[in-house]
Design a binder for this molecule. Structure first.
Ligand code: ADP
Ligand code: MG
Length: 364
């Protein structure tokens, strides 16, 4: 057996939640494969990845609703791997709200407190404060069915908050809400987390939602972590093709890195020269992620070494989206020049912006 990694010392003291080489198996199915990460106190970290990659299983293991097959989980330095759900000081907000329909909003929020032995009056008082935090102070006497979806989810958040958890877990909390409400509830959750300095683990498969709420994002694919970084770092420096595609909707093309100086590589992509940051100084045949907003289009196609034909064009109010057929393959392009768009079938010259290109691998 390998020795567990030590998590004590100066830094360990600020770390609220640690996953140390955790694996979860259901029979022969591996749901989570040898995952390690740590989450500092007072930060919101998002698990982001496609359906089935293991996000909910991780939350359920943190909550103690699921056993761990291998590895250990530490909460504020204490090994909680074998603790039951009730022994751990964490609470979870579910996608489906999971409110009791026959109880009032106030009773729903107070429920966890009374179950854990608090006197009814004090529990009610705390529940009223919790409802105040989510902007629903006056809604206590109502039944859940008398609230909108967004309000119900805020009640679920209040119910989790009043338990004053060491870690707040949120599993796709916005999935059942309309697009417009989603942004509001999202901002409210982030606002409360910042105000109360809560440690939170948030799960979503939506990259924009993840970018908006997170201090750090853990990108997962096929039961493993592929990159753990702040949103900006992920966006500007995706670790591989999967992250580039998933986070930035990037185009993946081939090119050649000619030379590297001071952390930047001079690359040729489809005959166009581009300067791309690359600390690893990879030379030769490379794979490049090109963000849709990093492609420049020109009407005077003949003057440019790389050309494309517009095969789709959509007007989205503040931007145009194009699909181009090019020698590099199909390229997806977003352009904020909406006044005079390129028509279907037209030929355009193609260039690259200074930012928005990243080397994501070499060609074997
Ligand atoms: P996510 O939340 O990222 O969509 P899950 O954590 O729910 O993914 O599931 C990860 C993997 O584990 C999936 O392949 C899923 O089918 C499998 N899995 C989850 N729960 C169970 C279970 N109770 N029994 C068997 N397999 C499961
Ligand atoms: Mg899930």
């Amino acid at each position: 057996m390998t020795q567990p990694t030590p998590v004590s010392g100066e830094r360990g003291r600020d770390v609220s939640l640690v996953f140390d080489r955790v694996t979860k198996k259901y029979g022969r199915v591996t749901a989570v494969d040898n995952i390690s990460f740590s989450i500092p106190k007072g930060s919101l970290v998002t698990l982001l990845g496609p359906s089935g990659c293991g996000k909910s299983t991780i939350l359920r293991m943190i909550a103690g609703l699921e056993t761990v097959t291998e590895g250990r989980i530490l909460l504020n330095g204490e090994d909680v791997t074998r603790q039951s759900a009730i022994e751990r000081n964490v609470s979870m907000v579910f996608q489906s709200y999971a409110l009791f329909p026959h109880m009032t909003v106030l009773e729903n929020v107070a429920y966890g407190l009374t179950v854990s032995g608090m006197a009814k009056r004090e529990a009610s008082q705390r529940a009223i404060e919790g409802l105040g935090l989510v902007g629903l102070a006056d809604y206590g006497p109502r039944l859940p069915s008398e609230l909108s979806g967004g309000q119900q989810q805020r009640v679920a958040v209040a119910r989790a908050l009043v338990l004053e958890p060491q870690v707040l877990l949120l599993d796709e909390p916005l999935s059942n809400l309309d697009t417009k409400l989603r942004r509001r509830v999202r901002d409210e959750i982030r606002g409360i987390q910042l105000k109360l300095n809560l440690t939170a683990v948030y799960v979503t498969h939506d990259q924009e939602e993840a970018m908006a709420v997170s201090d750090q994002i853990i990108v997962m694919n096929k039961q493993r972590i592929v990159q753990h970084a702040p949103p900006r770092e992920l966006f500007e420096n995706p670790a591989d093709e999967f992250v580039a595609d998933f986070i930035c909707n990037a185009n993946l093309v081939s090119g050649e890195a000619k030379r590297n100086e001071a952390g930047r590589s001079e690359c040729v992509i489809g005959g166009v020269t581009a300067s791309i940051p690359d600390r690893q100084a990879r030379l030769g045949d490379i794979r490049v992620a090109v963000r849709p907003d990093a492609i420049r289009l020109f009407g005077d196609a003949g003057k440019h070494s790389l050309n494309g034909e517009v095969v789709y064009a959509s007007f989205l109010g503040t931007e145009m989206q194009y699909t181009l057929r090019t020698p590099l393959g199909e390229l997806f392009v977003r352009s904020d020049e909406v006044a005079d768009p390129y028509p279907l079938g037209s030929r355009v010259g193609i260039g690259f912006a200074d930012r928005g290109l990243a080397i994501v691998g070499t060609l074997k």
